[in-house]
Design a protein around this ligand. Structure first.
Ligand SMILES: [Zn+2]
Ligand SMILES: [Zn+2]
Length: 210
């Protein structure tokens, strides 16, 4: 068995990927390692056993990926954009899940621990690297309020939208009035034609076929 990578190595990996080392990245790496301990699993992982929900994007999310081995591209990381430096780590085999977040007074404590003349940013960097994980985070066991099986879907599932003809994978299609629709065509679009451009021809009204 190879030993798990040391924190310093993970931080170096994260910094190389991210372009710099910043406090939130450190929080991400260390939060992931603590969650792995709580779940009794080796982190970072290379399999797909763990699914992570990060509650914000940005530097923190990169740290979580490096620390957990869970990535958007591996379908083991999902963004729940609540604007919080927090994440939930789910063992998809046991169903066990733990949510971790920085202790609410963490920044204040890190500032209070500043050395004379030390900048806040450096104080955060130091504290987040050197303090024990138990002094950084709260962790609580949680149950998922969403359908994990539906979220994960299964490999190879494909459908075609009856309106735009684009392919839909992972069972993200909707059935409406006998039609198979992508979410955009079903009204949940996040893009539209730019102002001043001819609008796209309206899609066939749902259920008006035949
Ligand atoms: Zn950063
Ligand atoms: Zn469509």
């Amino acid at each position: 068995m190879t030993a798990p990578p040391a924190l310093s190595e993970l931080l170096a990996r994260s910094a190389a990927l991210h372009g710099h080392l910043c406090p939130r990245q450190i929080l991400g790496v260390r939060m992931a390692l603590l969650a792995g301990e709580r779940l009794g699993l080796d982190f970072p992982r290379t399999d797909k056993r763990v699914l992570v929900f990060v509650e914000t994007d940005g530097c923190f999310a990169d740290g979580v990926s490096v620390g957990s081995g869970c990535w958007l591209g591996r379908r083991t990381l999902r963004l729940i954009d609540h604007g919080k430096v927090a994440a939930t780590f789910v063992d998809t085999r046991s169903g066990q899940a733990v949510r971790a977040s920085p202790q609410t007074d963490l920044r204040a404590r890190a500032r209070a621990a500043r050395r004379e003349g030390q900048k806040r940013y450096q104080a955060y960097l130091d504290a987040y690297q050197s303090w024990p994980a138990e002094a950084l985070f709260d962790t609580v066991p949680v149950a998922l309020a969403l359908d994990l099986a539906a979220l994960l879907s299964s490999a190879g599932k494909r459908a075609v939208c009856d309106v735009c003809a684009e392919e839909i994978v992972n069972e993200r299609e909707l059935q409406r009035g006998g039609q198979t629709l992508c979410r955009g065509c079903a009204g949940d679009a996040y893009v539209r034609p730019p102002a001043g451009r001819e609008p796209a021809p309206p899609p066939e009204p749902v259920g008006a076929e035949g």
